[in-house]
Design a protein around this ligand. Structure first.
Ligand SMILES: Cc1cc2nc3c(=O)[nH]c(=O)nc-3n(C[C@H](O)[C@H](O)[C@H](O)COP(=O)(O)OP(=O)(O)OC[C@H]3O[C@@H](n4cnc5c(N)ncnc54)[C@H](O)[C@@H]3O)c2cc1C
Length: 424
């Protein structure tokens, strides 16, 4: 069996990995280098227990002030685009308690499976990629937000998460680098099992592990079109010619929507632009070792080897990939306010990426309405965290289905589990 996977971000690479492990020949196609999309410079946090969706009832009340604040992490560029307003309407519909509970349940299950699969990968492939179980503190700077976070902890405790609320003093005991700003912290949620990894290095490791297996090849090309005959996907038109396979997986991040629209598949995905900077650490004790999320500023900090990755901002501005200096300065200032001088800010490697966001925060993976065409898309702000599990299940379901079509018996497993996820 030969499968073509479109997109070599963390989702496409893990898809290729699990397909290859099932004995499938894989051609991975990307217009750029592997990991060069939203994956490479992301926040580096493996948020296995902090999956609360962005769409939350409390967000609705905060939106007006978030939109008007000068340095708000949220920015919206209003434009004439029906899909964009449909997405916004879907987001607003998802801002209710029952949707948050359902989404949390689904994402936690996926995230916990992802953790087990990623740990297996790191052990079996002797991968490092600056992977570390660092623990995570999510900081709160006002009481109502902290109270609401504690309600989420109570919900997640029933679903198997190990988290607890801690005071500002306890935060400093856990992470001494927070001492400088402790007076502005109301409390935090501490999750000792959370991990960090350098996603760019992880993508490199996946590529090298794949390249060592027979039956794998990487093709550097832009996919212009997925061609369908009858109701079956039958070839890809790429910038370097046609590509045929027995099945196709679209894992093209935010570009998946454009690729699938001509087939009548309308993905509810919007690019949610974010920034990151990576600061070389020069003063070891001043930089955090624990992974940190500053919830009020929507900024995350992850120590990757001897560098601190600082990521944040959520901008609905289409695919505008410009790097605005004011945003970069905002990230630098937030880090300096929180930790003081700890690194060389002259070499900060600014980066932007687009989270493939669905309104509810639930990714879309499984088979599509076109035979032989599968999707693994829409992982939003949790693609690094969730990719191992969504790819594992997608690969299993694809192989079961294709084997059934060629006469072998379809086994229970992947297909059944995937039914909980949306797939057009
Ligand atoms: C600022 C920021 C911080 C983040 N922090 C975290 C975090 O801490 N933890 C976490 O879990 N997640 C985080 N995320 C989210 C995570 O990075 C994304 O969910 C994830 O990278 C999505 O992976 P992907 O493979 O779907 O997309 P991408 O990485 O964008 O990969 C898609 C690939 O498809 C290719 N492609 C697209 N169209 C075509 C085409 N037509 N032909 C050929 N190739 C094509 C692109 O070149 C690209 O390489 C963050 C995201 C951002 C932006």
């Amino acid at each position: 069996m030969h499968v073509a996977v479109i997109g070599a971000g963390i989702v496409g690479l893990t898809t290729a990995w699990y397909l290859a492990k099932l004995g499938v020949d894989v051609t991975l196609v990307d217009s750029g280098e592997p990991g060069s999309g939203a994956s490479g410079g992301n926040g580096g946090q493996l948020s296995y227990d902090f999956v609360a969706p962005l769409a939350d009832p409390s967000v609705i009340a905060k939106i007006p002030s978030l939109l008007w604040q000068k340095q708000s992490p949220l920015r919206v560029r209003w434009r004439c685009d029906l899909d964009f307003y449909r997405w916004l309407a879907g987001f607003m519909r998802a801002c209710n308690r029952s949707s948050v509970v359902n989404t949390t349940e689904l994402l936690l299950k996926l995230a916990h499976e992802s953790r087990a699969l990623a740990v297996d990968f790191f052990e079996q492939e002797s991968a490092t990629a600056d992977y570390r179980v660092a623990g995570k503190l999510v900081l709160f700077r006002d009481q109502p937000s902290f109270n609401s976070a504690q309600r989420q902890v109570a919900l997640q405790a029933k679903l198997g998460s190990e988290q607890r609320a801690v005071t500002a003093e306890e935060c400093v005991a856990i992470e001494p680098a927070l001492a400088r700003d402790a007076a502005n912290i109301v409390g935090a949620i501490w999750t000792p099992t959370e991990a960090v990894v350098d996603t760019a290095k992880l993508c490199e490791k996946l590529m090298s592990a794949l390249s060592e297996r027979g039956g794998f090849r990487f093709v550097r090309a832009q996919v212009g079109r997925v061609c369908v005959t009858g109701n079956s996907a039958d070839r890809l038109i790429t910038s370097i010619g046609e590509l045929r396979a027995d099945a196709y997986v679209v894992a093209a991040g935010t570009q998946s929507k454009r690729l699938l629209r001509p087939l009548g598949i309308h993905l509810p995905i919007e690019p949610l632009k974010g920034y990151s900077i990576t600061v070389p650490i020069t003063q070891d004790a001043a930089a955090p070792s624990v992974s940190i999320t500053d919830s009020a500023k929507k900024i995350v900090y992850a120590r990757l080897g001897n560098r601190l990755r600082i990521a944040g901002m959520a901008e609905l501005v289409g695919h505008d990939s410009s790097i605005e200096q004011a945003r970069v300065d905002q990230l630098s200032k937030s880090a300096l306010d929180l930790f003081g001088e700890f690194g060389n800010f002259k070499e900060i490697s600014p980066w932007v990426g687009f989270r493939p966001a669905t309104p509810s925060g639930v990714p879309i993976f499984g088979r599509s309405s076109v035979a032989g065409l599968y999707l693994n898309v829409g992982h939003g702000g949790l693609g690094l965290t969730l990719s191992f599990a969504s790819s594992f299940w997608l690969a299993r379901a694809l192989v079961e289905r294709m084997s059934a079509r060629s006469g072998a018996t379809e086994k229970e497993g992947g297909q059944t589990w995937l039914q909980s996820f949306q797939c057009p």
